[in-house]
Design a protein around this ligand. Structure first.
Ligand code: PEP
Length: 253
């Protein structure tokens, strides 16, 4: 049985002061999620990690939005895995489409990051998803398959079970235009088939696959009721404690 997971992605939003305000209000939210057997958390900008983790340490998961694959060195502006570990941060989003688009994040680069995270017993949340053009040309499956195969290259069976995959069609992120539950389930089911072909059914059935793209309180339950959708990666709706709480309560009640 795969436990449901709601993970927020703040992107480049919230100063440390604003992040602390959110964290103080969100403590109760973590307890509510836990008592309903839902894993819940927020991935936040690098400067917000330390203060938010300090407040939310035993309640919500606090994750980073990116990391570098090298341990240290001449990579100005980057964040290393040891830096994250020092803050007890174990979860990291890898390969978000915005990073793929604006920061030249390729699946090969994502693969290096995923391998480095797994070596450190951390959880990569690996994002994949196609553009509107690819979707309209019926190229989604082929595109996503390539992202999964390249991103997970050399990841062992044992480590693969620790990875979380997030299917996020680019045309649905921050646009208010979500993929229908049928489309989302079709692609997430296909991703599980790709995982099954690589790792076998036992491992593929343990890997959590999230849907992301304009998930809101009125749509969350329908997504999470699908067989192959184990949760949601949430942008806009995770920025406000009340709307994030509404997302959780819409799912559990
Ligand atoms: C995201 O940032 O990964 C995302 C899904 O954003 P939104 O929910 O705002 O579409």
């Amino acid at each position: 049985m795969r436990r449901k997971l709601l993970l927020g992605n703040w992107k480049m939003n919230k100063t440390p002061t604003e992040a602390v305000e959110f964290a103080k209000e969100a403590k109760e939210l973590g307890k509510l999620a836990r008592s309903n057997k839902v894993d819940m958390g927020v991935c936040v900008p690098a400067v917000d990690l330390a203060p938010v983790k300090k407040i939310l340490k035993n309640t919500l998961i606090v994750g980073a939005e990116n990391c570098h694959y090298e341990e240290k060195g001449a990579y100005t502006g980057e964040i290393s895995i040891p830096m994250l570990k020092d803050l007890n941060i174990d979860w990291v989003i890898i390969g978000h489409s915005e990073r793929r688009t604006y920061d030249n994040e390729t699946s090969e680069k994502c693969n290096k990051k995923i391998l480095a995270l797994l070596k450190n017993n951390m959880v990569p949340v690996y994002c994949c998803g196609e553009s509107l053009e690819t979707f309209e040309n019926n190229g989604t499956r082929e595109f996503v398959k390539e992202q999964i195969i390249t991103g997970l290259k050399d990841v062992s069976k044992e480590d693969a079970m620790k990875v979380v995959i997030a299917y996020e069609p680019i045309w649905a992120i921050g646009t208010g235009k979500n993929a229908s539950t049928e489309i989302a389930e079709d692609v997430c089911g296909y991703i599980r088939k790709v995982l099954r072909d690589i790792y076998g059914a036992k491992v593929a059935n343990k890997i959590r696959i999230l849907y992301g793209g304009s998930v809101k309180p009125n749509s969350v339950k329908a997504y999470l009721s699908q067989k192959d959708i184990d949760g949601a990666l949430v942008g806009g709706a995770s920025l406000d404690v009340n709307s994030y709480k509404e997302l959780l309560t819409s799912y559990i009640y």
